[in-house]
Ligand binder design. Structure first.
Ligand code: HEC
Length: 138
């Protein structure tokens, strides 16, 4: 009986040894490739109207804080882009434009890897303004 239990226990740990790293690697892979906002952030609506004033303000934020990496037209070809380890992506594509305002806002606030967090650098209003501006780059 003891032997049987030991046998089962060792099989289980063998399974864990084999499957554990695989799970860790897969989730790391997904986190690296997919950068997804949590559902609550994704559902958040902009408190601003995307009118001329908002977009003009967003453009100014973009020129000062984003353009160096993301490029003038949002293609990811700013002058610092070549020095980054992560590609900034392309704002003109459906991959970016297909995301909700809330998701883009969350990414600006949180940052990831080479993408800085702007939580402390911009007011929430400025972050929503720049999201409205990103929509004009499609
Ligand atoms: C130092 C360079 C740098 C600056 C400055 C920067 N970004 Fe980024 N940004 C990145 C990189 C690199 C990524 C890709 C990050 C990743 O995939 O992990 C990114 C990703 C993003 C994404 C996600 C795009 C997508 O399709 O999911 C958004 C949105 C974004 N940036 C907006 C901004 C805004 C708005 C600003 C200015 C307020 C800004 N970024 C400033 C480097 C930068």
């Amino acid at each position: 009986m003891k032997k049987l239990l030991q046998n089962i226990a060792s099989k289980k740990s063998l399974l864990l040894i084999l499957v554990g790293p695989l799970l860790v690697a897969t989730s790391a892979f997904y986190q690296q490739t997919l950068w997804k906002a949590p559902a609550t952030a994704d559902a958040k609506k902009s408190p601003l109207k995307a009118d001329d004033a908002t977009i003009t303000a967003g453009k100014a934020v973009y020129a000062q804080h984003c353009q160096s990496c993301h490029g003038k037209k949002g293609k990811g070809d700013g002058k610092s882009a070549a020095t980054l380890n992560t590609e900034p992506g392309d704002f003109t594509t459906a991959a970016t434009q297909g995301q909700s305002d809330g998701a883009l806002f969350w990414k600006v606030e949180e940052g990831r890897k080479d993408m800085p967090s702007f939580k402390k650098k911009l007011t929430e209003e400025q972050a929503w303004q720049v999201v409205a501006y990103l929509r004009t780059l499609k």
